[in-house]
Write a new protein. Structure first.
Length: 446
C-alpha cells in the first residue's frame, strides 16, 4: 500500500487502483478538482449551486467526449443524500428500466429521492425512453442523462421538455494544460516520480487532445511510460511525443502569432483562388491540432465576405461543412473542410456585401436618431393610425411589377447606395436586376 495525499485528505490506494489508467485515477471527486466548464461550474453558477445544495433536478449533459459528463454525475453521486443509480443505455432494456423504476417508486413513498444517471442516453430507443417518462413526471426519479448527440434529435420531446439541458463545451487548450500539470503533480498521477517534460510538450499534447481530457491524460500516460530513464528521472523527449501521437509537432500555437499567420494564409489563398495553397494551409492547421469548428466558422465568414452574391451556394456549403465537422469531428471531418475550402477557392469572388455593410454601418452610427418614414411604420394602435403611421403604404405584391415608388430610407439618406454588385459569377444577374429596379423607380418618380 502507498500513502497518498488527495485534497488534504489521506487515503489508501491498493495495487489494483495504481494499475488503473491515469484518467481513471485522476477522476475528480469534488467540484474543486473539476477543470473546465467555468460557465456552468464557476462560483455562483447555476449548476454548481444545484449540486452544492443537493437540489439537482432532471437534466441532460450534452457535450463531446472527454469534457466531464460522467465525472459530473459521479460528483453528484458523492454529494447527494439521495439514492443514486448508475444505468447504462448499452446493457439495459425496458424490463430492467421498469424494475429500477419500481424500486424508485417504493423509495419515493418512503420519502427517499432516487437519482438515476443514464450514460449515452441517446442509445435508448423511443420505447425505452418512454418507460422513464411517467416516473419523471410524478417525481419517482430525478433523471440525469449524458449524451454526445444533440438531445433535440435523440431524446423524446416529452422527456426532453422535463429536463434542463446543460451544454458542456470542449476543454480549452489551457484547461487541458492545467489538467496535465495536475496529473504530473498529483500523487494519484505521477507526483511520486520525477518526470522531466517541457511546457511546450504539454501544449502539444493538449492541442492533440482537441478538447478531450481523456485523450490528453491517456497521451500523457503513454509518453511518460515510454520516457527515457536518467537516474531517478523519467525524461520525455520530442521524439517520444511525435511517436506517441503519430505525427510531427508542427510549429503552431493556437493562441499565438503563428495561429493568426496561418489562418491569414488560408483566408488570403482562398481569396486569391489558389486552391492548392488553400488546401495546404488547412492541412497545416488541422494536423497541428486546430479545432475544426474554428476553421469552419472562418469559412462561413469568408463565404459572405469574399464571395457573397457572386455564388450564394458558398454560404450553404460553408454551413454544411460546419455541421459535418460538429457531427463527426476529426479526423473524419478533414475531408469535409477540404471540400468547403476547395469550393471557396474556386468560386467567383466579390466583396460587395462586405463593403455594403461597412458603408451602411458607418451611416447607421452617424444617424441613429433618423426617424423611420411614416409610410413604412407599423400601426397596431388607434393612436398610431391617427398619427398617420403607415399612411400611404404600398403593398408591392399588389402591383404588376412587384415594385413601388414608396420611400423606405430616412429623409437624410435618400439616394444613398451601399450594395454595388460586381459582374462576377451570379452577381452579374444581381447587377442587372438592380439596374432594372433603378430604371423603374426613375421612370415612376422615386
Amino acid at each position: 500500500m502507498v500513502w497518498v495525499i488527495n485534497m488534504g485528505q489521506q487515503s489508501f490506494f491498493d495495487d489494483r487502483e495504481k494499475n488503473n489508467p491515469l484518467a481513471s485515477r485522476l477522476r475528480p471527486e469534488g467540484l474543486d478538482e473539476f477543470v473546465g466548464q467555468t460557465g456552468l461550474l464557476g462560483e455562483g453558477k447555476v449548476l454548481r449551486t444545484l449540486i452544492e445544495q443537493d437540489q439537482v433536478a432532471s437534466m441532460i449533459f450534452w457535450g463531446p467526449p472527454g469534457v466531464g459528463k460522467t465525472t459530473l454525475a459521479r460528483i453528484i453521486a458523492n454529494k447527494t443524500k439521495a439514492r443514486f443509480i448508475n444505468f447504462s443505455a448499452v446493457t439495459s432494456g425496458v424490463k430492467e428500466i421498469k424494475g429500477v423504476m419500481g424500486e424508485a417508486e417504493v423509495s419515493r413513498v418512503m420519502g427517499e429521492r432516487t437519482i438515476l444517471f443514464v450514460d449515452e442516453i441517446h442509445r435508448f430507443n423511443k420505447a425505452q425512453q418512454d418507460a422513464f417518462l411517467p416516473f419523471v413526471e410524478k417525481g419517482s426519479i430525478v433523471l440525469i442523462g449524458a449524451t454526445t448527440e444533440n438531445p433535440s434529435f435523440e431524446v423524446n420531446a416529452a422527456l426532453l421538455s422535463r429536463c434542463k439541458v446543460f451544454v458542456l463545451a470542449p476543454l480549452t487548450t489551457q484547461d487541458l494544460i492545467t489538467l496535465l500539470k495536475n496529473a504530473l503533480d498529483s500523487p494519484r498521477g505521477f507526483g511520486n516520480q520525477k518526470v522531466k517534460i517541457t511546457g511546450d510538450m504539454l501544449a502539444v499534447i493538449a492541442g492533440f487532445a482537441n478538447g478531450d481530457a481523456r485523450v490528453a491524460l491517456n497521451t500523457l500516460e503513454m509518453v511518460v511510460l515510454n520516457g527515457a530513464f536518467d537516474g531517478e528521472k523519467t525524461v520525455v523527449t520530442q521524439e517520444i511525443i511525435e511517436q506517441c501521437i503519430n505525427k510531427k509537432t508542427l510549429l503552431y500555437d493556437k493562441n499565438g502569432e503563428e495561429h493568426f499567420n496561418i489562418i491569414s494564409a488560408l483566408h488570403k489563398s482562398m481569396r486569391n483562388s489558389d486552391v492548392n495553397a488553400a488546401i495546404y494551409w488547412i492541412a497545416r492547421m488541422l494536423e497541428a491540432g486546430e479545432n475544426p469548428l474554428y476553421v469552419a466558422r472562418r469559412l462561413i465568414r469568408f463565404a459572405s465576405e469574399d464571395i457573397g452574391m457572386a455564388d450564394s451556394r458558398a454560404l450553404e456549403i460553408a454551413v454544411a461543412a460546419y455541421q459535418a465537422s460538429h457531427y463527426i469531428g476529426m479526423p473524419e471531418c478533414s475531408v469535409n473542410l477540404t471540400h468547403a475550402v476547395t469550393y471557396m477557392a474556386l468560386a467567383p469572388k466579390s466583396n460587395a456585401l462586405y463593403k455594403a455593410y461597412q458603408a451602411a454601418s458607418s451611416d447607421a452610427l452617424n444617424t441613429l436618431a433618423a426617424p423611420v418614414p411614416l409610410v413604412i411604420r407599423n400601426a397596431p394602435t388607434r393612436l398610431m393610425r391617427e398619427l398617420n403611421y403607415g399612411g400611404g403604404y404600398q403593398y408591392a405584391h399588389d402591383t404588376k411589377d412587384k415594385l413601388t415608388n414608396m420611400q423606405c430610407m430616412p429623409d437624410n439618406l435618400v439616394g444613398r447606395e451601399y450594395y454595388l454588385p460586381t459582374c462576377q459569377g451570379s452577381e452579374a444577374k444581381v447587377q442587372a436586376r438592380m439596374q432594372q429596379i433603378k430604371e423603374w423607380q426613375e421612370k415612376h418618380g422615386q
